[in-house]
Design a protein around this ligand. Structure first.
Ligand code: ADP
Length: 223
């Protein structure tokens, strides 16, 4: 049961999966139908976490280049996240940043009755944390549950899944295939939640859009 008037629909998945393509297409289709819809690019932006991230980069990651040596970069980051104090402080500030950004970008438009089409949501942030902290499936689920505290719950969530090799070929700014492979695993853990709609990212954009539109139609009829 939704607690807001407008619909809240999210697209999540690895880079290159087609989230922006589908989110923009849905936003346009809803607008053409006369629905007050808003596309929101919701990649996490550091706020309170910024000083901690800056210090961490300067002290530990200064000589690491994610594009030239992804394995070395990843190993250092994982060691940092192995420090319980650092990782708990970081996660706590991260949640506050997410809460602030989510309230502004998503909570307010929803409260005004707009439909929000979100390109990335908290699940994507959890996927990043899961990779850096080597979470198991149970830990990923617990993190999702905790991070959603006080955040709007999506009415519909689409996870676009595809082989990491295919996604890697679609973009030029992805550090490494492993970067995608590790995140894909975290998303697949989340996809076992019953309310998530799994889309085949290897289908054509039009085919995916057809499935999206039919799910949105079903949701509108059910409300
Ligand atoms: P994301 O937002 O998930 O990073 P994008 O929507 O930006 O992905 O898509 C990345 C690239 O892949 C773009 O060039 C886009 O045109 C292309 N693309 C998106 N969806 C598909 C698809 N289903 N099949 C083939 N190419 C796609």
């Amino acid at each position: 049961m939704s607690r807001h008037k407008g619909l809240f629909i999210c697209f999540i998945g690895i880079d290159g999966s087609g989230k922006t393509t589908q989110a923009r297409a849905l936003d346009l289709a809803l607008k053409e139908d006369g629905i007050r819809s808003r596309y929101v690019w919701n990649r996490f932006e550091p706020g309170l976490t910024r000083p901690l991230v800056a210090v961490g980069r300067k002290l530990f990651l200064r000589r690491k280049d994610i594009y030239r040596d992804y394995d070395g970069y990843f190993a250092t980051k994982r060691r940092l996240f192995g420090n319980r104090f650092l990782s708990s402080s970081y996660r706590c500030l991260l949640w506050l940043d997410c809460l602030y950004q989510t309230t502004l970008k998503i909570g307010l438009p929803l409260a005004r009755g707009e439909t929000v089409i979100c390109d990335r949501y908290l699940y994507d942030t959890v996927a990043d944390i899961a990779v850096e902290s080597s979470y198991s499936e149970a830990q990923v689920r617990t993190a999702v549950y905790r991070y959603l505290t006080l955040m709007p719950r999506p009415d519909l969530m689409f996870l676009i899944d595809l082989p990491e090799e295919t996604a890697f070929r679609r973009k030029t700014d992805i550090p490494a295939i492993d970067y995608l492979a590790r995140r894909r695993q975290a998303y697949l853990y989340m996809s076992r939640e019953k309310e998530m709609v799994l889309l085949d990212g290897t289908s054509s954009p039009d085919e995916i859009k057809k499935v999206v539109m039919s799910k949105v139609k079903e949701l509108c009829q059910a409300r």
